[in-house]
Write a protein that binds this ligand. Structure first.
Ligand code: GA4
Length: 356
């Protein structure tokens, strides 16, 4: 007699605990428990850690595969061809240098405005053979990211019990939204000298990690992208199968750096500074970094969902109570950007807007 299998279908493997014993919070966006349970899970992850891994997200794999292929083609070009799309001002092609105040990491990147007109303009120096090919691939990916970010923000709005749960998604869906797309390429150590001509001497002493703070860093670990929080509303990160991302998570009132095992099929969701301000600190902007310790190249793509420049950032009324008074003075995204570009990467810039 054949006994029908009653083994339940396992939707997603439980992530392994990190070296510090903390598992990466994971939210299954297709979980059968209903929207209420899902929205509470999203709100809990954003409040506790400001970070989670989104699985079964429903985003088709095609746009990501096409974007990765276009990125690989670009990063494989000779340095002088890539430099046609740089230096980053702040957008464009960048190599090692991050921002305007002396930060650096062992990576090269493309930083693009997510607006189609800006993409079309930038594509002329990125894919000189066929700029529209590159812009089509970017626009397709950005469209998918905007949709996923809106969905997650709506769930968060519901989970927080906001009167208007769409308050956040409306800002990033606005045609004037100032969202960005970043593609980071962390070459393996053996290829790092190919990035530019004078890199050998700069490589000697730079970016070595002297002392580790958790997350078991090996002596040869190099800083790919230094510690920071993302300034925008929400970031969606996807990478290939090479590790490197670490997040600063709270465990029993203690902050620990936790390694995030790479998962190319997932999106890693980061709460940004603006979301912390909008929620009066109910959700927290997560600090994270990339440590380049693999012998293989890491490729990651991050969509930074931002409001329009003129958007006024002020805690939503339902997040301000007698027990939880307003934490930040009102500001515009344009004002916040001006401040962030005047500071180093690791600066806790939102504190400058703290009241009292
Ligand atoms: C961090 C998050 C995004 O990568 C980014 C970065 C930006 C840049 O590379 O131009 C900044 C950094 C980021 C915050 C402080 C400033 C600006 C580099 C830097 C030192 C694109 C962003 O929006 O802010």
């Amino acid at each position: 007699m054949v006994v029908p299998s009653t083994t339940p279908v396992v939707r997603q493997e439980t992530p392994p605990p990190s070296h510090d014993g903390i598992g990466i919070p994971t939210v299954d966006l297709s979980a059968p428990g209903g929207r209420g349970a899902l929205s509470r899970q999203v709100a809990r992850a954003c409040a506790q850690h400001g970070f989670f891994r989104a699985v079964n997200h429903g985003v088709a794999p095609g746009p990501a595969a096409r974007l990765d292929a276009a990125a690989r083609t670009f990063f494989a070009l000779a340095p002088h061809n890539k430099q046609r799309a740089g230096p980053p001002s702040p957008l464009g092609y960048g190599c090692r240098s991050i921002g305007f105040n002396g930060d650096a990491g062992e990576l090269e990147y493309l930083l693009l405005h997510a607006n189609p007109a800006a993409v079309a303009h930038r594509a002329r120096s990125i894919d000189t053979d066929d700029p529209s090919r590159f812009s089509n691939v970017v626009n397709e990916y950005v469209g998918a990211m905007r949709q996923l970010a809106c969905e997650i923000l709506d769930l968060l709005g519901e989970g927080l019990g906001l009167k208007d749960p769409r308050s956040f998604s409306r800002l990033i869906a606005d045609t004037d939204s100032d969202s960005l797309l970043r593609i980071n390429h962390y070459p393996p150590p053996c290829a790092i000298h190919k990035l530019d001509h004078d890199s050998q001497c700069r490589m000697k002493n730079s970016f070595r990690i002297v002392a580790g703070n958790g997350a078991n860093q090996s002596a040869g670990a190099r800083i790919g992208f230094g510690e920071h929080s993302d300034p925008q509303i929400l970031s969606l990160l996807r990478s290939n199968d090479v590790d490197g991302l670490q997040v600063l998570l709270n465990s029993d009132g203690r902050e620990v750096w936790v390694q995030v095992p790479a998962d190319p099929s997932a999106f890693f969701v980061n709460v940004g500074d603006l979301l912390q301000a909008f929620t009066n600190g109910k959700v927290i902007s997560v600090r994270h970094r990339v440590i380049a310790s693999s012998s293989r190249a890491r490729l990651s793509t991050i969509y930074f969902a931002a409001p329009p420049l003129h958007a006024r950032i002020l805690a939503l009324p339902e997040t301000v109570t007698a027990n939880s008074p307003r934490q930040y003075r009102p500001f515009t995204w344009a004002e916040y950007k001006k401040t962030m570009y005047s500071l180093r990467l690791s600066h806790s810039r939102l504190n400058l807007f703290h009241i009292g």
